[in-house]
Design a protein around this ligand. Structure first.
Ligand code: 5GP
Length: 184
């Protein structure tokens, strides 16, 4: 039987389990303060943010509502064409709600920008975003310019990462930590 994880696939651990737990607790505390007295609608973008949002909402001490949507991007072409498609839409009505979008990683920022526009057109009372990871890219128009309100960790621009919800061809989502994935 193949051992898990497969040796050779995974590179260094970038963010350990305890470090993730501590940061998620901090984010939950900050969100609880910022939304005090309100009932935010937390929208997780499937599948990558499923594990993160499960921990995050349990760190928020407010009566939240949780909903999910799923997007698909058309491969590499997406980055140029700007095409993001919603493949599973929300069950909850966004209008009049304090909406918080939860992403796994903001890379080019395309998905997030698209979702902000899509949900922003549905009359939410407020619209903010939270991402576990933000690619540390200083280029103009890159993720550093993306309108993210809450960031867990910044990661090096070149690293492709897996674990804690993030996959490589659907594998490794259930790792408890975040590791670099070797593509060579
Ligand atoms: P963006 O639209 O910001 O360019 O891309 C965001 C999406 O790309 C993420 O939600 C995620 O699915 C995918 N992605 C970008 N970088 C990585 C990475 O390093 N690892 C994994 N597993 N997915 C990534």
């Amino acid at each position: 039987m193949t051992s898990f994880p497969t040796p050779g696939d995974l590179g260094e651990t970038l963010i350990g389990e305890e470090q993730i737990a501590a940061r998620v607790a901090e984010l939950g505390e900050q969100i609880s303060l910022d939304y005090a007295g309100r009932n935010p609608l937390v929208i997780a973008v499937l599948k990558g943010s499923a594990i993160f949002v499960a921990d995050l909402v349990r760190s928020i001490e407010l009566p939240i509502t949780l909903d999910f949507l799923a997007v698909s991007s058309y491969g590499e072409a997406t980055k140029n064409s700007g095409v993001v498609k919603i493949v599973k839409d929300l069950d909850q009505d966004v209008s009049g709600r304090d909406v918080l979008i939860v992403e796994d990683i903001v890379d080019s920022g395309l998905t997030l920008r698209y979702l902000l526009e899509y949900l922003g057109g549905q009359q939410p009372t407020s619209l903010k975003s939270c991402t576990l990871l933000l690619r540390d890219d200083q280029e103009a128009g890159g993720p550093a310019d993306a309108p993210v309100d809450y960031v867990g960790f910044k990661i090096p621009s070149s690293a492709f990462v897996v674990g804690y919800g993030l996959d490589a061809a659907q594998k490794y989502r259930n790792l408890r930590y975040i590791a670099e994935y070797r593509t060579d």
